[in-house]
Design a protein around this ligand. Structure first.
Ligand code: FAD
Length: 431
């Protein structure tokens, strides 16, 4: 937004940012945008430098497929380090971030979608031309936009997540291959997989074990996990990773929840828009949560520039139409790879070969895409459709469960090019 000349104020409810979470990936699709906004070298320095990742059998560690990391998650680094790099850049260009420690009560507690304005915990109200609800997976803005509380559903899976100093593994012979230099490995087995990566040649070490879980515990980045349960789950796995898990001091238990796609990302007044996890959270296996949030930011800002700030409704409604299908496919990719990893070795004994393509991540099509170029190319066509919808006061919903699975549309080819035009998509939605 700032890059396109808008004046931005951020309200963040917490008092101080901390180095929370563990690894996330930033793909080339996000990095090409971030480069234009003055953030590139500092981000690349953070990420894991392994050229490839290996997908291995759960029991003996045999490599089933090797894939360039740039085809998978891009640069994998600590979420807190990426976050700090973003904050440094935000400070450099002078964007105001009102944190809980500067001013009491920076939590947004209510909205007036017509002005539009936000009201903070301490009662102060701030008006703007547009309100963007980038308030994460437990978004309050989402409830305003939908008009009801949209509770998450269990995905049937949870992750145990551990992040620690690699030093404790350096003297363990079995761990040498995974702690000596930067690497990314994924062990796959029936209904489970474990992703491991290092940072700075093993200085820091991360593993994330995804397993079946139907327990109804709230989604939280702070819920401690039981290491005894983790050790029991992987006790018969490849000794290389079991040795690392066995000495891991602690972990978090993170429930993976689903949110169904929603029919609108924009409020009825068209002046409050959702962005990032508030409207399109991804499964970890999509490796695209932060990257898709970055793309959405690029598209919304450019739409506002093209529409002009006096025409926010046109901008927000074009934004959601430009973004929905691509985001949906990125989300479905995450489900597809998880299901392939969890099923392909079922009933298959250790000696049998599988086709490496059956276990590879299929994210390549996501990386070539340039969200800003795509917006410029499609603006005229989609803004004409949207203007008509606004004139007739009849906005087509983004998603309706009756229209059938979007997967059938296959909107992008392997190189990130659109296969169909937006008119067809809108027509399908209207059927
Ligand atoms: C603590 C934490 C740890 C995470 N760890 C990982 C990880 O290890 N790996 C991974 O892949 N992804 C992780 N994620 C998710 C990842 O950061 C997001 O998928 C991605 O960055 C997209 O972010 P977003 O901006 O949409 O939402 P978020 O990154 O969740 O940011 C939302 C922000 O809005 C603030 N907020 C919420 N409600 C209000 C309100 N009412 N008023 C003011 N401020 C509000 C929150 O404090 C938060 O800072 C984590 C998220 C969190 C919050």
């Amino acid at each position: 937004m700032e890059h396109h000349g808008f004046h931005v104020t951020v309200f963040e409810k917490i008092k101080h940012f901390m180095r929370l979470g563990d690894s996330l990936g930033l793909g080339e699709n996000a990095l090409k945008l971030l480069k234009r906004w003055g953030l590139h070298e500092q981000l690349i320095r953070i990420g894991n430098r392994s050229p490839d990742m290996h997908i291995r059998r759960w029991d003996n560690g045999r490599v089933l497929a090797t894939q360039p990391l740039m085809d998978m998650a891009g640069y994998i680094g600590h979420r807190g380090d990426y976050h700090q790099a973003f904050l440094d850049r935000v400070a450099e260009v002078g964007i105001k971030v009102r944190m809980g420690h500067n001013v009491n009560g920076t939590k947004v507690v209510s909205f007036n979608e017509d002005k539009p304005s936000v009201t903070l915990e301490d009662g102060r109200e701030f008006e703007a031309d547009i309100i963007i609800g980038a308030d994460g997976i437990k978004s309050q803005t989402r409830e305003l936009v939908l008009g009801f509380a949209d509770k998450p559903k269990s995905s049937g899976y949870a992750c145990y997540r551990a992040y620690f100093k690699g030093d404790i593994l350096r003297d363990i012979p079995q761990c040498q291959p995974i702690v000596q230099r930067d690497c990314v490995n994924i062990w796959i087995g029936p209904d489970m997989h474990l992703v491991q990566n290092t940072l700075r040649d093993g200085e820091e070490f991360n593993w994330i074990l995804t397993h079946r879980d139907d327990e109804d515990i709230a989604e939280s980045w702070f819920q401690p996990g039981d290491m005894n349960k983790v050790r029991e789950l992987v006790k018969d796995w490849d000794p290389m990773i079991v040795s690392a898990v066995n000495v891991t001091p602690s972990c978090l238990d993170w429930k993976i929840c689903y949110r169904d796609p929603i029919s609108t990302w924009v409020s009825a007044s068209h002046k409050v828009a959702l962005l990032g996890d508030s409207c399109h959270a991804h499964l970890p296996t999509s490796a695209q949560g932060a990257s898709q949030a970055t793309e959405s930011a690029a598209v919304l800002a450019l739409c506002l520039k093209l529409a002009g700030k006096e025409n926010v409704p046109l901008a927000t409604r074009v934004y959601e139409k430009l973004r929905f299908e691509r985001v949906r496919q990125a989300q479905l990719n995450g489900e597809d790879v998880r299901d392939r990893w969890h099923s392909c070795l079922k009933d298959l004994d250790g000696g049998k070969e599988i086709d490496p393509d059956d276990v590879k991540m299929k994210n390549r099509w996501l990386y070539a895409f340039d969200a800003e170029k795509d917006t410029l190319a499609r603006w005229a066509e989609v803004s004409t459709i949207v203007q008509k919808e606004l004139d007739e006061n009849r906005i087509t919903p983004l998603f309706d469960s009756l229209t059938g699975p979007i997967r059938e549309l296959e909107l992008y080819d392997a190189f990130g090019n659109r296969k169909t035009d937006s008119t067809k998509y809108v027509q399908k939605q209207q059927q």
